[in-house]
Design a protein around this ligand. Sequence first.
Ligand code: HAM
Length: 446
Amino acid sequence: MSRNGEDRVNQNGENRVNPIRSPRGVHDILPPETARWRQFEAAFAAFCDRAGYGELRLPMFEELGVFLRLGQDTEVVSKEMYDFVDKDGKHMALRPEMTASAARAFIQHSPTVPWKVYYHGPQFRCERPQAGRYRQFSQAGIEVFGVSDPYLDVEVIALGWEFLKSLGLAKMSLHINSLGDTDDRAAYGEQLRNYFAERADELSEASRKTAETNPLRVLDSKREQDQDIIAEAPSCLDFLSDAASERSDAASKRFEVVCEGLRQLEIDFQINPKLVRGLDYYTHTAFEYVSEAFEGAQNALGGGGHYSGLVEALGGKDSPGVGFALGIDRIFLACDSEGVFAFDPSGIDIFVVDIVGGQEALVLTHQLRMAGISCDRAWGNRSMKAQMKLADRSGAEFALIVGSDEQEAGAVGFRDLRSDQFVKQENIPRDEIVDELRKRLAPQTQ
Ligand code: HAM
């Protein structure tokens, strides 16, 4: 069999080039679906602006070193990175997430703290593609650098939660956990390593390997064989320090404050001591927004948490942070499943039907667009019937008809397309058309 892009001979003996398709695990977003993405991004931006966050735009690739602090033993770093050596001989990587890039930017630009930012855009992970898991996917997220305050964790968690609800999503749950400070996390990791070593024979082969390098990750295994062992594993909440250390507040107290803050905001949550997240930088609070609208392992609509050590590892002065990222592709799957946040495909108000050659449609659409009125037209000098069909399909509210009778009368025909009944055409003088349309369209935009 020939590969994409190579010549092949078809059944008729013709030489054809096989059409090239998009790479595995990435997808095109076509109109009118694109409108939904724009709507999402605009809503997210407005939501974050209202909470005092500023938009951050970051490069899609960075020096590889920026991403290594996500955890050398995490799958994101060890298996999924799209890395390459560029023409200057530098080892680069397409960003698999944006927290590390945001930390790099925080160090580089030394903004005043707290630095509250939001972002959205594509991320790249060479994962095994399946529904809800892609190699290029989009995230929208926020980060706050420079302060560690449990109430800030609550603000961040609440913003993500309320934003998802504002899309109309209802079948969701919020899972939270605390991984403790760096020492607690390390002690828990060690305990887990020992626990999994004792039960190594019962673990799946993949988890047995993971348990040696990154025992926390085993808790995330979806393999049937591992489930009983995971269920009986020690809880990380038992490892939270009770006493404040030089570096941080007492982890258990901090976690209580976060939980109480969520209760104050009347946000329901489940404490999930097995929630460890797939990236290594988290300390203290970790959380995930989980959809209950569809089956399958890819039901995390977003997640995040508090982190420390990331800024320091990238060469900055140690500075804590907290944030989340939402997976837009997955959110749309959940929206489809719940029948919410559907998009409005209609983009235009007027469709011009010209059956006298098309020149008047050329001038009229130009004039209307310059006057700020959205409009479209048909091409190729098609019949009145065919053009009216296109007008109906376009979603436009009104059709303007240009025929010889109308031209002779110095007018343009006007027809309301919204009614199911036949509506008689009205003629509007050609030189009044722009003002008249403005009047008729105005009440709809109020
Ligand atoms: P993450 O859990 O790796 O966290 O990704 C956040 C969300 O991105 C996931 O919950 C999921 O919805 C979506 N996502 C991840 N991988 C894929 C994929 N292959 N295909 C489709 N969607 C995907 C982070 O990225 C952290 N940077 C979040 C964060 C921000 N933590 C602190 N600040």
